[in-house]
Ligand binder design. Structure first.
Ligand SMILES: [Cu+2]
Length: 453
């Protein structure tokens, strides 16, 4: 634990080697990364390497009770994995007439964010470690769990001004939220000035114009601009033929309030969240180990519903009964299954954008729309040529998203809303991808130091 002070507030937080943000790990394509984690705090700990595809290294993925039991106080675990097929992941001082690469990460817990720099445009070149067709924009949108690389070309001449870089939330839900704007300053080095050290307060300071807090049409427009590079060197290997189709509702719900407790949900119920009305309950032992050792009984059921069990008009009037089912269910797919998954937001407790994140895979975002997904009409509009490939995508508020991926990575893979509050309420599930026949298509055995629950 380390005391950290930000914006005049000091808190004791969990840090890595006493640093916040944590230490930077620099790795190249093909590198093997070995990190020995020693838990010096009294809480259980795991580390997840967000955005790193754990190809055949499910044991190193990190989510507690999914791929491993947590590391207990005083215990250690060595994370060991190889970086495969990955293209990477504040006063900012710049020089005129140059192009800078900004690596932007949304590490917030509960806020999707708009980001803009006054009087400058950004050229988006990569999201979630995959190249995209470059496009220019004044503002970008980034959800928790997403990363975006963008080029910033500075003014050709020293501008005699400073510029705010600002971020503030994109919010679609009905809960209260922090609507404050955070700001950094983009400052130019004056080529004619001898001292480059002091910040010139007397210069004009410009502010960007950010979209309104609930600007879903901006969000939709921005998402529509994201396309894979899809060239000979970086092809978009979109599954063209589908083996299995799944339809998940994602959204909020309620559950009965625990006896003698006060709950914040409607009519004294407790807030919950679910996928296909299953609010995922974490087991007390890790799913991956239970699967590998063939001891799944009493830990999880392989009966995750592939469509909603009680269909309703998802974007119309919500049903009277909004109770979820609490359960630990996984969706089992054979090795190399070509998967199409449609995720539909629901009107239960209000529409909301949910940034859905999958571990173990990238998916291609082949379709997106508002209202109820129509399986008879909507697939005709799917982009199977150059859809964006990523690992976290916002399901539009009151809309749906269609993704495709090839289940070529054996193991148990967590999928969840990246808004921390929704994950904790149960908007999470797990895929179980079985072994293939060949040796390189199998989940290797666990490392000997895998923590015990
Ligand atoms: Cu959510």
């Amino acid at each position: 634990m380390t005391n950290v002070t930000r914006l005049c507030e000091t808190k004791s937080i969990v840090t890595v080697n006493g640093q916040f943000p944590g230490p930077k790990i620099v790795a190249r394509e093909g590198d093997r990364v070995i990190v020995r984690v020693v838990n010096h705090v009294s809480h259980n700990i795991t580390l997840h390497w967000h955005g790193v595809r754990q190809l055949q290294s499910a044991w190193a993925d990190g989510p507690a009770y999914i791929t491993q039991c947590p590391i207990q106080k005083g215990h250690t675990y060595v994370y060991n994995f190889t970086i495969v097929g990955q293209r990477d992941t504040f006063k900012l001082k710049v020089k005129p007439g140059k192009t800078y690469l900004l690596r932007i990460i949304n590490a917030a817990l509960n806020d999707e964010l708009f980001f803009s720099i006054a009087n400058h445009s950004l050229t988006v070149v990569e999201v979630d470690a995959v190249y995209v067709k470059p496009f220019a924009t004044k503002t970008l949108l980034i959800t928790p769990g997403q990363t975006t690389n963008a080029l910033l070309t500075t003014h050709a001449q020293y501008p005699d001004a400073n510029f705010f870089m600002e971020a503030r939330p994109y919010v679609t839900g009905q809960a209260t939220f922090d609507n404050s704007t955070v700001a950094g300053i983009l400052e130019y080095e004056n080529p004619k000035s001898f001292s480059s050290s002091s910040f010139k307060k007397d210069l004009p300071l410009y502010k960007p114009t950010l979209p309104a807090l609930n600007d879903t049409s901006f969000a939709s427009n921005f998402s529509g601009k994201l396309k894979s590079l899809a060239n000979a060197q970086y092809p978009a290997n979109v599954p063209q033929n589908i083996d299995r189709q799944f339809f998940f509702t994602v959204g909020l719900g309620t559950e009965p309030c625990t006896h003698n407790k006060t709950c914040q949900g409607p009519n004294g119920t407790k807030f919950s969240a679910s996928v296909n009305n299953v609010s995922f309950v974490l087991p007390t032992t890790a799913l991956l180990q239970s699967h590998f050792s063939g001891k799944s009984k009493g830990v999880y059921a392989s009966t995750f519903p592939i469509i909603p069990l009680n269909p309703f008009n998802y974007t119309g009037t919500p049903p009277n009964n909004t109770f979820v089912r609490n359960d630990t269910k996984v969706l089992v797919v054979p090795f190399n299954t070509s998967v199409e998954l449609v995720m539909q937001d629901t009107s239960i407790l209000g529409f909301e954008s949910h940034p859905l994140h999958i571990h173990g895979f990238n998916f291609f975002v082949v379709g997106r729309g508002f209202g109820n997904y129509n399986p008879a009409k909507d697939p005709a509009g799917f982009n199977l040529v150059d859809p964006v490939e990523r690992n976290t995508v916002g399901v539009p508020p009151g809309g749906w998203i269609a993704v495709r991926f090839l289940a070529d990575n054996p193991g148990v893979w967590f999928m969840h809303c990246h808004l921390e509050v929704h994950t904790s309420w149960g908007l999470r599930m797990a895929w179980l991808v079985l072994d293939g026949n060949l040796p390189n298509q199998k989940l290797p055995p666990p490392p000997s130091d895998l923590p015990k629950c």
